[in-house]
Design a protein around this ligand. Sequence first.
Ligand SMILES: NC(=O)c1ccc[n+]([C@@H]2O[C@H](COP(=O)([O-])OP(=O)(O)OC[C@H]3O[C@@H](n4cnc5c(N)ncnc54)[C@H](O)[C@@H]3O)[C@@H](O)[C@H]2O)c1
Length: 344
Amino acid sequence: MTQPDSYTPRTVLVTGGAGFIGSNFVRTAIEEQRFTGGIVVLDNLTYAGNLENLADLKDAFAFVHGDICDADLVRKTLEDHAVDTVVHFAAESHVDRSILGPLVFTRTNVLGTHVLLEASRQRDIGKFIHVSTDEVYGSLGPDGAFTENTPIAPTSPYSASKAASDLIVQAYAKTFGFPAVITRCSNNYGPFQFPEKLIPLMITNAVRDLPLPVYGDGLNVRDWIHTTDHTRAILAVLARGVPGEVYNIGGLNEWTNIDIVRLVLRLLGKPESLITHVKDRLAHDRRYAIDPSKIRADLGWEPLIAFEDGMRQTVDWYLARQEWWTRVMTGEYQDYYKKQYFSR
Ligand SMILES: NC(=O)c1ccc[n+]([C@@H]2O[C@H](COP(=O)([O-])OP(=O)(O)OC[C@H]3O[C@@H](n4cnc5c(N)ncnc54)[C@H](O)[C@@H]3O)[C@@H](O)[C@H]2O)c1
């Protein structure tokens, strides 16, 4: 059962609001008229950020084009828009890119988060949601699931940078009583995800009858959740999450990568002969699984989208929005794709 709200945000700064999950969050918040003072999106539009994701809603939020590492800009944005709440999505988010070029991950995910935290502390922000990831916990064996008490043990430059930012957020909560809450969600899927990530990569390749590159034996396990369910979880944490706490978010929905790829092929009516096994990712975590008992019991949240329905809807979205994914797969993406799949 859902508990009553105890925190009412007014004007919300959403960092990374032009990315995959951030834009979904902005869309839902606008459609449900969640914040009386409105939404400000701060995003520096990296390869993964795309204002087109919110083009139909462009008059419904304010946009600031800039970097979360820019302390003056962050301070001015919080002040100019009288922001009282921050939901922090902005990050470098792709593990493979963190292996090819790790430094930008530390800059954005660690330094950027710290700059944002410090500016928010100085302005007496009422609540700060730090959107983290289950990857900070490292790799699981065949049994068990991550709880909020699982020690963090990241293995990639991406997950290490997220873990480092989590520790700074926790230090601010402890030392300054800063009202920050951390969420750690499992793998997201849904519309507007950049095609470098597993599910959209497989869909967009299969549509074009290109090989589907599967790392190693394909038996790595991930716990998948629709991005709209993640958004609803963040809204619940915003309203009722306890400052200083961590909330794990997951769909109790474990799949091996190879089964995900087979599902995509089945939904598209394409042959399994498109599957090509490629050299494994370095230090590829074997299994992630989230125990979401705490957010379910304490905040009354649970996922609503059944996986096969969400996947069918996602495949249909990519089929209908070919012009979107063709456009975002620019020259930069082509260079990355070649490095990642052909020249390692
Ligand atoms: N995708 C997942 O499965 C998943 C799961 C759990 C947690 N997360 C976390 O959720 C958040 C959002 O993930 P996503 O998949 O939407 O990422 P994404 O890569 O699609 O989007 C990231 C956004 O941040 C922006 N950005 C990057 N660097 C910036 C900077 N220096 N200043 C301002 N903006 C910057 C980008 O332009 C982009 O709009 C991340 O913090 C990620 O760690 C993602």
